[in-house]
Write a protein that binds this ligand. Structure first.
Ligand SMILES: *Cc1c(COP(=O)(O)O)cnc(C)c1O
Length: 369
């Protein structure tokens, strides 16, 4: 029988967590604590402790986390927020939703993360903040970003949706900016069984506002007009079952990555992920580059190996941002990468035969003329 390698195996992931998962869900059903409730309260405490910050404010998803954060920081119409050309659109669409103007920056050639030199060029008197994304699981180059923010009086929100537990010079992501946002979408390194998200921060002054804003402006008393962005009790319970496994899962992802690194080195024209000095990668995604990307992808599909493009285009080149009038030359590195990147299957439960099948299929492709 031909082997199939899924991009991720959430079925296996959840089977291995039984019976604890079923028990946790039953507990929530017995309590009828379906929206927030004790499991969510506990999860907020446990997640803040894991990241090493004072507060975690849970919300409905990682996109809302960004929106709530920017509203808390008081974004006003016409304010500019700088972010990377290479991310999921949640990072930039929320800038617009919060009333700001999106200013894209090019990426670093080696790590796909935002290029601090380009941030420096894009700062204007209207700039209010910077949102670096720790893309694919590798931290952005935070020291020069934080230095620019200090110098110009800007806030920093770290988008940690793909980077739970990654480190920059010994500091965990999520601890360096004014706040950080996390997604617990099912396929993220720590995922719920539906949508869920959170904001972490050491900014005591913003906690009450964000907590109220995410719950219609406050429970019992509407201090402000807010939104409805609450975590489900069931998701809180699922996340609490999963949290103690996150370090081990991260280690397993690193082992798969190390295996790919060894087995794919020097194959064809492949460029493998590089980890910059002082940074630790948690491999939410393992992204290779090749000039023959589309042909390789078709070959892998035929061989039963699922791959994904993260993302098919750099953000400035989607129709949603046509109004900005950008050309590929405005973001030469992001534009170059968009046609060459390919995400290979990587997940903690990935069997060695599955990893070998991915490697063999790639070698097979490049061995042909
Ligand atoms: C997943 C993701 C988000 C949004 O998270 P959701 O929970 O899906 O709303 C934001 N930013 C990045 C970089 C992401 O990968």
């Amino acid at each position: 029988m031909k082997m199939r390698v899924p991009f991720n195996d959430l079925k296996k992931h959840h089977e291995l967590l039984q019976p604890a998962l079923g028990e946790a869900l039953q507990r929530v059903i017995a309590q009828t604590a379906f929206i927030r409730g004790p499991e969510v309260d506990q999860f907020e405490k446990e997640f803040a402790a894991l990241v090493g910050v004072r507060h975690c404010i849970s919300c409905a998803n990682g996109t809302d986390a960004l929106y709530i954060g920017m509203r808390a920081l008081g974004l006003k119409p016409g304010d500019e927020v700088i972010t990377t050309a290479h991310s999921w659109i949640a990072t930039s669409e929320t800038i617009t939703q919060a009333g700001g103007r999106v200013v894209f920056c090019d990426t670093d050639a080696a790590t796909f993360t935002i290029d601090p030199a380009d941030i420096a060029r894009k700062i204007t008197p209207r700039t209010r903040g910077i949102i670096p994304v720790h893309l694919y699981g590798q931290p952005a180059d935070m020291d020069p970003i934080l230095e620019l923010a200090r110098k110009h009086g800007l806030w920093v929100i770290e988008d940690c949706a793909q980077a739970h537990l990654a480190e920059y010079k010994g500091r965990q992501v999520g601890t360096m900016g004014d706040m950080a946002t996390y997604s617990f979408y099912p396929g993220k390194n720590l995922g719920a069984m539906g949508d869920a998200g959170g904001i972490v921060t050491n900014r005591d002054d913003l906690v009450e506002w964000m907590t109220n804003f995410a719950r219609h402006g406050g429970k019992g008393n509407h201090h402000i007009e807010g939104i409805n962005s609450r975590m489900d009790g069931l998701q809180g319970a699922v996340l609490r079952v999963k949290l103690p496994h996150l370090r081990r899962w991260t280690e397993l992802r690193r082992q798969v990555a190390a295996n790919y690194d060894r087995a794919l080195l020097g194959v064809g024209d492949l460029e493998l992920p590089t980890v910059a000095a002082g940074r630790s990668h948690v491999y939410h995604l393992y992204v290779i580059r090749t000039a023959r990307r589309d042909a390789l992808r078709a070959h892998l599909t035929a061989a039963g190996v699922d791959t994904v493009l993260n993302y098919p285009k750099a953000l400035p080149f989607y129709p949603a941002y046509a109004y900005l009038g950008h050309q590929p030359a405005d973001f030469p590195r992001a534009a170059h990468h968009q046609d060459r990147i390919l995400s290979l299957p990587i997940f903690p439960e990935m069997a060695s035969e599955q990893q070998q099948h991915v490697v063999d299929s790639i070698r097979d492709f490049f061995a042909r003329p």
